[in-house]
Ligand binder design. Sequence first.
Ligand code: SF4
Length: 186
Amino acid sequence: MREILFPIGLSIFLLAIIALIMLYNERHLHEEHLLSEHQQALDLPEGELVYEDADGQGEMLSSSEVPLIGKPDYIVKQADGSLVPIALKLNVLEASAPLPNHEVLIAAYCLILEDYSEIPSTHGILRYADREFVVPYTPALRKKVLRLLGEIEQYTEQRPPPLTKQKVNKCRSCIFQPVCPVGRGK
Ligand code: SF4
């Protein structure tokens, strides 16, 4: 009797394992399909959507090298492992080129992302209301972010930044807020 029951039990067990694997694969494929549909709807560049903050729910990202924190709207991981930050600035219309402060923002995101991938970012994307720009993460732009950080850190009450009357909202969305004596408390 035992000789008959053992193979039957083993077969049932194996069938259950196969069914579980099939169920897992089906769910996994379904999730991938939903994710790819979502990405297509967002019209994001090719790659894997690995981060999203368009709804404000993304975790805060930070650099271990410099006092920068930030939340890009999206991050797409390319096939080579590099990360592409995407910033939405949908209140900007009819710009013929990226605004300089937005270029700095993209470069600051790329700098932060150096902590999140061994392959450095090569560019980010700025999406305005009616068009988008690819912003190359050049050594010059990286240097500019570091220089601005250094300048902002030097400001004191006696030597405030030129923009002492920045709007609260602007400071809150500013990448330099953690080190800016004017924006920090806002
Ligand atoms: S935090 Fe505010 S004041 Fe400071 S650099 Fe940013 S926008 Fe200007």
